[in-house]
Design a protein around this ligand. Structure first.
Ligand code: MG
Length: 238
């Protein structure tokens, strides 16, 4: 599987906040199928010893969360370095890491920095849920939430259901994209080709003088093909 959802629970809004819990679940963005998962709690005092900080507002916020969420986040906690090493083992190179990037990725980067390491994923492998929402043809989708809210692994599974639903909406709205290359001759007749090479080869062969060559990207959306992007590639001198 090439996608992974991560979610972390923290004791700080700032990027160097204490990380209480790290959850991750592999998934398939097309089918919604879920694969191996990962969830560990992290010791607050170990995070603090490594320089991560606690924020009073976030502690107050946690006090208002459900008993199940509060209990789940503190039990069997491990050292920060141990959990991050486990996550490094769990992560397969080039997997796309989905989350709310300005929160989860930022916290994870500062957690790795606190133990003097770089994260296992590259910066270009992170994917943002809210950006997907913006691209999606619908503002929001309904999902049936399961598990305990603010338990990282349950949040991951709900976020996967949410992301996959948006992907399905995107797929339904844009079913296909094609590109064609066209040559216009003096007099207005037009020829189209499926590759740029073919069009360029033909450019010199036409009897009547070619006037211009351009490419068009067509997008199939809402049941019809529409011209999306026109780019002039060559034009005869006037
Ligand atoms: Mg969460």
């Amino acid at each position: 599987m090439k996608d992974m959802m991560i979610d972390l629970e923290a004791l700080g809004k700032q990027t160097n906040g204490v990380v209480l819990q790290l959850g991750a679940v592999y998934f398939d963005r097309k089918t919604g199928e879920m694969g191996p998962d990962f969830s560990y709690n992290i010791r607050i005092d170990d995070c603090r010893a490594k320089g991560l900080e606690v924020d009073g507002d976030t502690i107050r916020w946690w006090l208002n969360q459900s008993k199940e969420a509060r209990e789940a986040v503190f039990k069997n906690a491990r050292d920060l370095g141990w959990v991050l090493a486990k996550f490094r083992e769990f992560y397969t190179k080039e997997t796309k890491v989905w989350c709310h990037t300005s929160f989860d990725i930022c916290h994870l980067l500062s957690a790795y920095e606190a133990i003097g390491e770089k994260p296992p994923f590259a910066w270009w492998d992170s994917r943002d849920i809210t950006t997907l929402e913006d691209l999606s043809p619908v503002e929001s989708v309904e999902i049936e939430e399961t598990g305990v809210k603010h338990n990282a692994i349950d949040d991951c599974k709900n976020q996967i259901a949410y992301v996959v639903k948006h992907f399905k909406k995107l797929k339904a709205s844009v079913r296909d994209v094609i590109k064609k290359w066209k040559i216009v001759l003096e007099g207005g007749s037009e020829f189209e080709y499926l590759t740029e090479k073919r069009a360029r080869d033909e450019l010199g062969r036409h009897g009547p003088k070619p006037k211009k060559m351009y490419s068009v990207v067509y997008v199939y959306t809402d049941g019809r093909w529409i011209e999306d992007e026109v780019k002039i590639i060559w034009e005869a001198e006037k």
